[in-house]
Each structure stands twice: as C-alpha cells, then as structure tokens.
Design a protein around this ligand. Structure first.
Ligand code: PLP
Length: 403
C-alpha cells in the first residue's frame, strides 16, 4: 500500500546525510566531550562544529548556543531560568493562550510557585493581539514568551514587534521557534529576541536533542545542576552524536532553505486550493498568508477528526488532528478553542504538514483520498445534513462553501 507521511510538524525523517554524520560519533568517536584525551577532544570538536553550524543558521554567535535535550527542555530552561533569576525584580510573565504545552505548563508550574502569568488572547487567525500585550505590561513584568509559529495552525507571529516592545520596557523576550527553525529565515542579528528555543527533530535531525539561543548578556538561573556543562547552564554529559546530527541538519537547512521553501509552499497551496474547492463546507484554520510554508490545517463540518484520521491511516496517510503531543487525549485543542472554534468544530479539524520528502504526487493522492473519505464519513454521520447527500447522489453539483 502507498504510504504518505504528511505529519512533519510532529516530527521529520532524519536526513540520510545527517545519519551519515552521526554514525562515526556512535562507532569510533565515542569520547566524552569533557575528557582531556584524544577521544574527548574528537567529541568536543564535533560538538563545537555543530554549535557553529546552528549559530550560522540563525545568525548568532556560537557562544550563544546552549545544547539541550530538545524543545521542551529549551523552553523550560529559558522561562524558569529567567523567572528564577529575576524574581526579585518582578514576578509577572506574559505569554499567549496558543503556546505549546512545553511553554504553557511551564508557566502554570511557575504560577503555582507564586508568579503571575498573563495568557494573551489571539484573533481568529491565531495572531497575538499587540494592543492587549501593551496593556498587560506592568512594572512587575520580567519576561514575555510568545511562540514564533504555532505548531497546530501554523500561524507566524510578529516576533520583531513583540521583541521591540519588550525591550522598550526592559523586559526579556523568549520565543519558541521549534516550528520555524530551518523552515523560514531567522536572523538574530536583527531581531529583538533574547532567548530562542530549537528542536532538531523538526528539521530532519534526531529526536531528543535541541538548543537554546541565549543572547550574550542575558542571565538565566540554571534549572539543571551537576557537573557544570554548557558553561554551567545545563549540566549533564552532552549527547554528542545527536548534537553533531543537529549541526548537520542545520547546515542542510541553511543551504536548502530557498528550495525547500518554494517547494513546500507550492505543495501547501495546491493542497489548500484542492481541499477548499472540492470539499464543501471545508475551512482553512489559521492565517491565510502568515503561515508556515508546510502547514495546511482544515476543519470540515459534519466530520469527527479521529474517524477521519483513522480512515486516512487505513489508506496509508499519516496526518494529525491537533498537536501530536495531545492527540492521545480526546480534548479539544486549546489552540482551536483560542481562535474561537467550538468543541465540535475543533474535533472536526485536520492538520496536514508537508516535509522535504513529500512530492506533488503525494499531494494529489492525499487530496483524492480526503475527498473520498470525507464523503464516505458524511454519509454515515448524524452531524451531516442528509438532504445534501441525497442531492449529491442525484448528480447535482456539490456546494462549495469555504473561506
Ligand atoms: N514547542 C513547539 C512549538 C513544538 O511543536 C514542540 C514539539 O512538538 C515542542 C516545543 C517540544 O519539542 P520537543 O519535542 O523537542 O521536546
């Protein structure tokens, strides 16, 4: 059976060149990067090369890159790190209501430790309201943490505007760039960003490794104590092979960014056009233009997302109804609720996220299958209007209602 993986926001396939770069660090160059002998030095050199490759991808200095175990740890390190460091200055943090759980739950944990958190609303396309941000800044605000792009609906936030506002008030700005790093250009020499979270497995690197950009001069309290690795900010023997792989993935992302971007947006736009024009009462969630090049997020009236997902899986198509991290709980996505959908609409949503390996043929196969599966599910759905199905069977043109 044909298999199409179209869930690249959940994770990506490790690039074969990344695998090739990792293997020597699993086989021969297995030293501990802290050891003084030649094995240690080899590992250290591999790690430092990766630090440079990652810095180059985001126009930062290698000194500003800190290795972690992934996006979740980078978010925790940044947010708790600033909170604990600056708690004497103030105890107020501003975030948005559409953040990944790695940010939201970190903020909730700080709330239970006496910090005050403001969760900003977003508009119906997922954009954070800047006026609301301005109004909520107080003398006590020490940190603003707003994601660069949303992992579910793909909306890209105006982080420069937010960062500038933060800096005008002497506030530290962190952004979760897990979904944007390697996909869209990030130039930290021009952005008012102090801390930025990265995860390798979202851009064809291995899982369980990530990085935190920390601008020189920004102070954080370490949340991991131990042997003092990563300049005392993240103790624990470094995952050298993973780090080397992330470095290679960053180098590839940098050299392929323009080609990847144009191929992904081409496929994404074709997907959106076909779905909206061929499936009646289908809608695009998220922003029409300020969105990730690989993200298409739909909702379908009269459809239950889990059934849709299982039907697609039967046809070899791997997609997602919301963020992978919450797909095991049958809770409506907090992001979809925040953009104003009701529970039924939220449950009738589907996320398709393209990757480097997808082809134009994949897109046609996914569209053909989706049209067929939605039609079949609606036939048996108590949520769907029966008379329209009868009309469609009678050979009438289907209705096209979309935004
Ligand atoms: N932040 C965002 C926006 C994400 O999409 C994810 C992963 O889904 C994370 C953080 C967590 O990253 P990791 O899986 O590397 O811990």
């Amino acid at each position: 059976m044909r298999r199409v993986y179209i869930d690249n926001a959940a994770t990506t396939q490790v690039d074969p060149e990344v695998v090739k770069a990792i293997i020597p660090y699993m086989e021969d160059k297995y030293g501990n990067a802290s050891s003084i002998h030649s094995f240690g030095r080899e590992a250290y050199d591999g790690m430092e090369k990766a630090r440079k490759q990652i810095a180059e991808l985001i126009s930062a200095s290698p000194k500003e890159i800190l290795f972690t175990s992934g996006g979740t740890e980078s978010d925790n390190t940044a947010i708790k790190g600033v909170a604990y460091k600056r708690r004497d200055k103030g105890r107020h943090i501003i975030t948005s209501s559409v953040e990944h759980p790695a940010v939201l739950e970190t903020c909730q944990s700080l709330e239970s430790q006496g910090f005050k958190i403001t969760y900003l609303p977003v508009d119906k396309e997922g954009i954070v309201n800047i006026e609301s941000l301005k109004k909520n800044i107080t003398e006590e605000t020490i940190l603003i943490t707003i994601m660069h792009a949303n992992n579910e609906i793909g909306t890209i936030e105006t982080i420069q505007e937010i960062g500038q506002l933060a800096h005008d008030h002497g506030i530290i700005f962190h952004t979760d760039a897990v979904q944007t790093t390697g996909k869209i250009p990030i130039d930290l020499s021009k952005l008012d960003v102090d801390l930025l979270s990265i995860s390798a497995h979202k851009f064809y690197g291995p899982k369980g490794v990530g990085a935190l950009f920390k601008r020189e001069g920004t102070s954080i309290e370490p949340i991991m104590n131990g042997g003092g690795h990563e300049r005392g900010l993240r103790s624990g023997t470094e995952n050298v092979a993973g780090i080397v792989g992330m470095g290679k993935a960053a180098e590839l992302a940098r050299s392929r960014m323009t080609d990847d971007f144009s191929s992904l947006t081409g496929m994404r736009d074709r997907l959106i056009k076909r779905v909206l024009s061929e499936i009646e009462e289908s809608y695009l969630n998220g922003h029409p233009t300020k969105r990730l090049p690989n993200n298409a997020h739909f909702r379908f009236s009269g459809i239950e997302g889990e059934s849709l997902l299982l039907s697609l899986d039967e046809k070899g198509i791997a997609a997602s109804t919301g963020s992978a991290c919450s797909s095991k709980k049958l809770m409506p996505s907090h992001v979809l609720m925040a953009i104003g959908l009701d529970e039924v609409q939220a449950h009738g949503s589907l996320r398709l996220t393209l990757g480097r390996k997808n082809t134009r043929d994949d897109v046609e196969y996914v569209c053909d299958t989706l049209v067929e599966v939605v039609r079949r599910l609606r036939e048996i759905s108590p949520l769907w209007k029966r008379e329209d199905i009868a009309a469609a069977y009678a050979g009438r043109e289907p209705l096209h209602t979309h935004i």
